[in-house]
Ligand binder design. Structure first.
Ligand code: FDA
Length: 397
């Protein structure tokens, strides 16, 4: 016989997944308490998408997520597709627009998404308590937990961990969820920063730093990931822009990334055509019609780039093509959690039910959102995972 508890459900973390889960559970008439140590709910939502929150994507598929078990995300995403969240946004009268690759953003402000979620929590009867420090958690019977807060003790039947990942520590990210998972014997996979800019080695910095501010459309590919054709941005520190951020989620230190700087062009053919049209034209001049001049100068030494097209040997043409279409770069690292949008790794999904997000080892203990080993691509997929996993759990906890 379990003893009566203060709440049916306590959720730790009032971010995207926690808010969604709380409203869903409370609409089932569960007595729900949502706790957070921050002074505001949904802080990452507020700064997301440049303040306009890329809240979901029109085309969400399991392959848009990185997870050790690629099948894990299927059930929750199928039960709560992006259309359901779009309908919620529309019911609240929030205006939005679509950008490239199916990304949906608020017209006005990300604040509207946080207000919408807090309104849903209020309508459903969720109690929200902010600035709460949780000191410890213990199991008190076969399905029940006691939380030791600075402000006192609280008990619940179901405990949901929605404390997110480690990115942006300034916004209140903590390893709380990982530590709690380990306390209950769950495996936590190594974490690292994802959707994060790359940094140059010292010699690369010397060579490419002056390209800072240049953006080109490129294909960027880490060795074990798909190629992403999006904008690539050169910065003082390294490479950023959507194409680099996406590739970073598949990159491990010591591996090269491959860049195709002219993804829509057959470079060899272009150079042959240019040579036929004006044989005396220099390589630099010919390539500067395809790419920013400063980039061409940084990629090819003066001796080669000042050669006229009709002087180029076959081997040189092959090397030029390889440089432009298959540029192999061994980068120093990434900017880390300080600027990362997500955390790769986390609570091993093999430990959780893909239908409910409940721990298989500790009944009544659930994990939702980014704290688990699920990371989405750039483009609204991370929020879609937060909504979908939050709902899957909220319907069960
Ligand atoms: P989230 O991080 O949102 O929430 C965790 C909550 O737990 C926080 O409120 C935190 O205060 C709380 N918490 C942590 N430790 C605690 C503790 N010890 N005690 C109590 N509370 C604790 N995604 C996307 O789809 N579209 C986008 O436009 C963007 N843009 C974007 C921009 C930037 C700058 C970042 C950093 C990230 C994004 N993302 C994004 C990613 C997205 O923000 C992220 O994946 C989700 O917010 C994850 O939701 P969660 O609820 O899991 O964690």
């Amino acid at each position: 016989m379990s003893t009566p508890k203060d709440y049916d459900v306590i959720i730790i973390g009032a971010g995207a997944a926690g808010l969604m889960c709380a409203a869903t559970a409370a609409y089932r008439s569960r007595r729900v308490l949502l706790l957070d140590h921050a002074k505001r709910a949904g802080r990452k939502i507020l700064i997301s998408g440049g303040g306009r929150c890329n809240f979901t994507n029109q085309q969400v598929a399991p392959q848009n997520f990185v997870c050790s078990n690629p099948h894990f995300v299927k059930s929750a995403l199928a039960r709560y597709p992006s259309q359901n969240f779009i309908e919620l946004v529309e019911r609240h009268g929030i205006e939005y627009h679509e950008r490239e690759h199916g990304q949906l953003f608020c017209n006005d402000s990300a604040k509207e998404i946080v207000e919408m979620l807090l309104t849903e929590c209020e309508w459903a009867g969720v109690q929200v308590r902010l600035r709460e420090e949780i000191q410890s958690v213990r199991q008190i019977d076969e399905q029940g937990f006691e939380l030791n807060l600075v402000s006192g003790k609280l008990s619940c039947d179901s405990l949901v961990i929605a404390t997110g990942g480690l990115s942006m520590p300034k916004l209140g990210a903590t390893p709380f969820g990982y530590k709690l998972a380990e306390q209950f014997g769950l495996k936590v996979l190594d974490t690292c920063a994802g959707l994060v800019p790359f940094t140059w080695h010292a010699d690369q910095k010397q060579r490419f730093e002056e390209l800072s501010g240049i953006a080109v459309d490129a294909n960027v590919k880490a060795q074990h990931g798909p190629a992403f054709k999006e904008a690539l941005l050169f910065t003082h520190r390294g490479l950023s822009g959507p194409a680099a951020l996406q590739a970073s989620s598949y990159w491990t230190p010591g591996e090269t990334i491959e860049i195709d700087l002219l993804p829509d062009s057959d470079v060899a053919q272009l150079l042959i055509n240019a040579r036929e049209a004006s044989p005396k034209q220099s390589l630099k001049r010919a390539l500067s019609q395809l790419l920013p001049k400063r980039l061409v100068e940084a990629l090819f030494d003066e001796q080669l780039s000042s050669k006229s097209l009709n002087q180029l040997e076959h081997a040189e043409l092959d090397a030029i093509e390889a440089q432009l279409k298959h540029w192999q770069l061994l980068l120093n690292g990434t900017e880390g959690y300080r600027t990362a949008e997500v955390t790769m790794g986390g609570v091993d999904t093999d430990e959780l039910s893909s239908k409910t997000m409940e721990s298989k080892k500790a009944p009544g203990l659930y994990f939702v959102g980014e704290v688990m080993d699920v990371s989405g691509w750039l483009g609204g997929f991370n929020f879609q995972w937060a909504w979908a996993s939050g709902v899957a759990c909220g319907l069960d906890c």
